[in-house]
Ligand binder design. Structure first.
Ligand SMILES: Nc1nc2c(c(=O)[nH]1)N[C@H]1C(S)=C(S)[C@@H](COP(=O)(O)OP(=O)(O)OC[C@H]3O[C@@H](n4cnc5c(=O)[nH]c(N)nc54)[C@H](O)[C@@H]3O)O[C@H]1N2
Ligand SMILES: Nc1nc2c(c(=O)[nH]1)N[C@H]1C(S)=C(S)[C@@H](COP(=O)(O)OP(=O)(O)OC[C@H]3O[C@@H](n4cnc5c(=O)[nH]c(N)nc54)[C@H](O)[C@@H]3O)O[C@H]1N2
Ligand code: SF4
Ligand SMILES: [Mo]
Length: 770
């Protein structure tokens, strides 16, 4: 393992991909094979939203190994990151004690002093300026119970919606996409569909590196059955290399491709009229920015101009490929789409999501085994802990929204707080929250389980705000210094993953329980304990001791879990039947699970009574089978949207002739705080680089290893070049993992008007040799 270079490593870790393609199985390196342990404890990987089940091997009070759970959906497979999880726990820079800033130095303080300082700062700001003077920035990696508590404290107790999280950078467009197309969030299908689909349409997702175990299951099907894989991506990634049909194009132009596919489907009459007549309506935005219904004929007319020829001209993708993709999509027995940040991190991210849903609704490739639009979730708990719990500034728990008076009243009653307590205006989203903090409108901000000092776009603007001496920044972190904690006034040591307990909700509506397996390192505490203590102390400091007791009476995370179950009960998210005891026993359960005796694993397919959704009859008693009951306003139908094709905010131009796109490598997790503590992963992917196509490199006289400078309208950076036939000509790729090379200094903070998700995938840059 030690001698592996990145190529060997990829080959191996993509046991994954390669194994299924070339037909051999690769085993894990020797040092990862099961070692001797005192016990194995069932849990879940803490990295990606795939949510692989695993067992944690404990010996002498230490975590010494993990192995895949063969009874869970991942059937015992883990990717490299998951396999090396034990090594993140006792890295030398783990934060063991609360630390307070003392000029340019850090001073250790006691938990009592830390909490008192934090409480006094927050209470003072609230007393002086009102509740909107404080804020919270959370994470799709926190446990659901932690996020639920923070949400209740801010929205329910303090009465401010100044609470958002990193899923705004990640899943917001997917969430708003589901809501606008189907009335409610979350995928309707499940991983089980992989076993039934015979066409996989993968767009804007590098599954082989970012969701390797899911991709492995897909590749397995390819080896066993006659399935087709279509990949749409401006980079010829490992995922694309495994496609039967690969569509490459200029970043930001894929709305034209999706429209052209619909155009072909309509022109060749490959649609399913029975299906959309019964289950969909067509809509466009009217002149006053209100949606209006239109007919199928109007939709056909709208599509007329979006010919494959136009798409080729705009995107650079040959029209024959677009036509072929459309035919396979429509005529396969069952088509399953996967997409991720190539679609979501866009100024037209919601529209792009809608266009994918359109294709499924137009062809009836939905709500039966194998046919489903499946948005891949980034973080392990972006679904359960953020989208479902409602920890975004416009949301309330379980499908309720701030803007809806009835929803606010429901939550006020449920939480037992005065009517009108929940503020009626949606709060600031990630970028807006940090803008308000930079401008001093928010005086105190608490960042938990995320590293915005590295992961926000147009970074220097927001880093300056975080560093400002006039405001108070608290960061709950497991490691210190991180690119955020270095800017903080107070840092609180966080227990990691298996040092605490809680629940994750993952890509396919799958909830899983993660037990505490070992004691936290040093004086680290679970975020749950810290948020709960802070909530009580802050309310007390505000003279509201009674409310502190009444709203935050919990002793354990299970108490909170039970409140969450009750909160979901009469909603389309109903998971009342997922008791803690059941989650401990089962290998994940998929909501809806309405009753405690509802059989595990729960609901594999939503919106179809025939394939087992127990809520169809409740919400739409007259439905025979399919009902999009999340959208009663349109008669329980889904919406096919007429969304014009619009390009990115900052396309390449004369001054900045290249498109910079950013993203992930299989070895590293986001800002690297965890995976960069694993020597094996570090050796395989030791440093930042910029990928450039050989044709561009030749023109510019750039060779692999040469130092090049990238410059955008916002900043510049020097990186070693890697000349490789992955990005198409005109495209440069830089991973955002490396803390010493902040690529986000260059990235635009333009965001989608509907989801407020930034366009991390497209910034114009120029490149020169230095
Ligand atoms: N190894 C690893 N795995 C991870 C993570 C990690 O940090 N490391 N993070 C997790 C998280 S939170 C997330 S959100 C996911 C992200 O998972 P992915 O979205 O799959 O990963 P990315 O590398 O961000 O980008 C995906 C692809 O979008 C393509 N792309 C760029 N521009 C465009 C465009 O205009 N249109 C289209 N259609 N595609 C475009 C890129 O070329 C890239 O291949 O990964 C999760 N899994
Ligand atoms: N250029 C570019 N930028 C991007 C993206 C991109 O594709 N390109 N993708 C965006 C996306 S999709 C995402 S999801 C974000 C991710 O960005 P971040 O959320 O900022 O990145 P992470 O490294 O996951 O940060 C999690 C932090 O929490 C700490 N931590 C781990 N466990 C715990 C815990 O239990 N408690 C506490 N308190 N802390 C803990 C980790 O050490 C780490 O510092 O980045 C976004 N930024
Ligand atoms: S695929 Fe995702 S959940 Fe599974 S082991 Fe890898 S990082 Fe963990
Ligand atoms: Mo993400």
């Amino acid at each position: 393992m030690a001698e592996m270079n990145r190529r060997d490593f990829l080959k191996w870790s993509a046991a994954i991909t390669a194994a299924s393609v070339v037909g051999f199985e690769l085993s894990l390196p020797e040092n990862l094979q099961a070692v001797e342990v005192d016990k194995w404890v069932k849990s879940v990987c803490r990295y990606c939203g795939a949510g692989c089940g695993l067992y944690i091997g404990v010996k002498g009070g230490k975590v010494v190994a993990v192995k895949g759970d063969d009874k869970n959906w991942n059937r015992g497979y883990l990717c490299v990151k998951g396999s090396y999880l034990p090594k993140i726990l006792d890295a030398p820079d783990r934060l063991k004690y609360p630390m307070v800033r003392d000029g340019n130095k850090w001073k250790r303080i006691s938990w009592d002093k830390a909490m008192n300082l934090m409480v006094s700062k927050f209470a003072e700001a609230i007393k002086k300026y009102g509740p909107h003077a404080v804020g919270f920035y959370g994470s799709g990696q926190s446990f659901s119970e932690e996020s639920y508590l923070a949400n209740k404290l801010y929205k329910g107790a303090l009465g401010t919606n100044n609470i958002d999280g990193n899923p705004r950078l990640c899943m917001a467009s997917a969430a708003v996409g589901y809501v606008t197309s189907f009335g409610k969030d979350e995928p309707m299908g499940s991983y089980d569909d992989i076993y039934h689909a015979d066409c996989f349409f993968i767009i804007g997702s590098n599954m082989s590196e970012a969701h390797p175990v899911i991709f492995r299951l897909v590749m397995e099907q390819k080896r066993k059955r006659n399935v087709k894989i279509v990949v749409v991506d401006p980079r010829k990634t490992l995922t694309a290399r495994n496609a039967d049909l690969y569509l490459d194009f200029v970043p930001g132009t894929d709305l034209f491709i999706l429209h052209a596919m619909a155009h072909v489907i309509v022109k060749e009459k490959l649609y399913n009229k029975d299906f959309f007549d019964k289950h969909a309506v067509f809509k466009k935005m009217g002149p006053d920015n209100k949606p209006v219904n239109v007919t199928f004929d109007e939709y056909v007319k709208f599509l007329e101009e979006y010919t494959p020829e136009l798409a080729e001209q705009k995107s650079g993708c040959p029209k024959e490929k677009i036509i072929q993709a459309a035919r396979w999509f429509a005529t396969s027995k069952a088509t399953m789409s996967f997409w991720c940040m190539g679609i979501n991190q866009r100024t037209r991210g919601v529209w792009a999501n809608n266009l994918i849903h359109n294709l499924h609704l137009l062809t009836g490739q939905i709500c039966r085994p194998g046919a489903t639009p499946f948005s891949l979730t980034g973080q392990p708990n972006a679904c359960g802990g953020i989208r479902d719990v409602g920890l975004l500034s416009h949301l309330l728990p379980y499908g309720r929204v701030i803007a809806n008076e009835k929803h606010r009243a429901e939550m006020e009653e449920f939480w037992g707080i005065p009517k009108g307590r929940i503020h009626s205006k949606p709060g600031p989203t990630a970028i807006e929250l940090f803008t308000k903090f930079a401008e001093g409108e928010i005086k105190c901000l608490w960042v938990v389980c995320t590293n915005p000092g590295q992961s926000l776009p147009n970074l220097q603007k927001y880093r300056k705000g975080m560093a400002s001496g006039d405001t108070f920044l608290v960061v709950s972190e497991a490691y210190h210094p991180s690119r955020t904690s270095e800017l903080a006034d107070l840092v609180l040591p966080a227990a990691l993953w298996c040092e605490k307990e809680g629940t994750y909700g993952q890509s396919e509506r799958r909830y899983q329980y993660l037990p505490q397996v070992i004691k936290p390192l040093g004086e680290a505490k679970s975020d749950f304990e810290v948020i709960l203590t802070f909530a009580r102390k802050l309310l007390t400091a505000l003279g509201r001791e009674d409310e502190a007791k009444k709203l935050f009476p919990y002793k354990t995370t299970e108490d909170v879990w039970n409140e969450m179950r009750a909160c979901s009960k009469n909603t389309v998210y109903n998971f009342w039947g997922m008791t803690r005891a059941r989650l401990i026993k089962e290998h994940g359960m998929l909501w809806p699970v309405p009753t405690e005796d509802y059989p595990a694993p729960g609901t594999l397919r939503r919106f179809t009574a025939k394939y087992g959704d127990p809520l169809v009859k409740k919400f739409d008693p007259k439905a025979e089978d399919i009902s999009f009951y999340g959208n009663p306003a349109d008669g329980n139908r889904a919406i096919i949207w007429l969304r014009p094709a619009v390009g990115p905010a900052e396309p390449a131009d004369k001054d900045y002739p290249f498109v910079l796109t950013t993203g992930r490598l299989i070895e590293h997790w986001h800002t690297g705080t965890m995976t960069m503590k694993v020597p094996e992963l570090m050796r395989a992917a030791p440093q930042a680089f910029v990928e450039i196509n050989p044709k561009d490199a030749q023109k510019l006289g750039i060779k692999t290893g040469d130092k090049v400078r990238l410059t955008s309208r916002r900043g510049s950076i020097v990186l070693p070049a890697k000349v490789v036939d992955i990005p198409r000509p005109g495209v440069l790729f830089v991973p955002f993992h490396y803390p010493e090379k902040l690529i986000n200094d260059l990235v635009t903070d333009a965001f989608d008007a509907l989801s407020k998700q930034p366009e991390f995938k497209i910034s114009a840059v120029r490149i020169e040799k230095v």
